[in-house]
Ligand binder design. Sequence first.
Ligand code: NAP
Length: 320
Amino acid sequence: MTPTRIALVGIGKIARDQHIPALASSEAFELAATVSRSGGIEGVENYTRVEAMLEARPDIPAVSFCTPPQVRHSGARAALEAGRHVMLEKPPGASLSEVHALECLADERGLSLFATWHSRHAAAVPAAKAWLADKQIRAVRIVWKEDVRVWHPGQQWIWEAGGLGIFDPAINAFSILTEILPVPVHVTRADLHFPVNCDTPIAGEIRMSSSGGPLVTAEVDFLHEGPPAWRQEIETDAGTLTLDKGGAVMRIDGVAPQGDGVTETGIQGEYEGLYSKFAELLAGGASEVDLRPMVLVADAFTLGKRHQAPEFIDPTLQEA
Ligand code: NAP
C-alpha cells in the first residue's frame, strides 16, 4: 500500500506526544509537511501558514489539525477549499456552528472530514459498549479530575473563551459516555466554577438525564493533585461497570474480565486507532463528525450556574 501524504498543523504537546509517533508507525500515512509557527520538527518540511503549505504542496491530500480549538476553523476551511481531506483534534472547533459549516463544506466537495475523539479508542471502550448494550442503566457517576499544571503547562488558550477550561479534558469523558451508553442523555443542570481571571471554568458538577429521569452526575476538576482520576462508574441491572484510567481498564463488580493488564495512566494506542480510522474513512470516501460530546459541553455552558473561584495563575507562565 502506498501511504497517503499528510500534513500536521500545530506542533505542540499532543502533536509531539502522540500524532508524530502514531504517524511514524503508520503504514497508511507518511508525514510529508508540518505547519508550525515555532519551527516544526527536524527532517520534515515546515511552513508557517496553512495557506502557504496548501499552495506549495498540492501533492498532500490530507491535513491533520492539532492547533487549539479557537484557531482550528480557518485552517480547516482553507484545507477543504483546497480539496484536502481533514482530520480534527478534539474538540473539533470552538463552536458547534463552525464545525457544522466544515461538515457542509466537506460534504459539498466530496471530501472526508474526521472529527476525532481519541478517548473512544482507549483499550476497554469497545468491550464496555458491548457489555452495556443490553443492560438497564440505573446510574452513571463520572469523576474526571487532573492537575492542569501537570497536563497543560503554559497553555494559556485553555483559559481563553473557546478553550473550554476543565471541559478540555472532561469532553473526553463525554465522548466515552456517548459512545458506550445505550440511551441518549441530556444536560439538566451544571454548576461551573470560573477563576476571576479566566474566561473558562476550572471545575464543575454536571447532571444529565435520560428519558427515564436523572441518570448521570459528573464531577470535574482541574486542580486535582496527584494521579489523575479519569473514571466512570455505570450501575446497571446486572452489576456495576467501572471504566478507569481514561477508558483503558474495565471492571465489572470490581473484576477485570479481560485481565487487568493496564497499570499506567495514559493514552497509549489511541492515536494509532485514530489514524487507522482516518485511513478507513478516506478509503470509503466517508466522513465522521459526531458532535454529541460537544453538545453536552455546550449545554453545560448554556445551563450552567456561574460560581466565582479564586484567581488561577499558571506557574509555568509565571516562570517564563
Ligand atoms: P499546545 O501544546 O498548546 O499546542 C498547540 C499548538 O498549536 C502550539 O504549540 C502551536 O504550534 C499551535 N498554535 C497555532 N496557533 C496557536 C495559537 N493561537 N495559540 C496557541 N497555539 C497555537 O496544545 P495541545 O495540548 O497540543 O492541544 C492541542 C489540541 O489537542 C487541543 O484541542 C487539545 O484539546 C487536544 N489534545 C490535547 C491533549 C494533551 O494531552 N495535551 C490530549 C488530547 C488532545 P506551533 O508552534 O507549531 O505553531
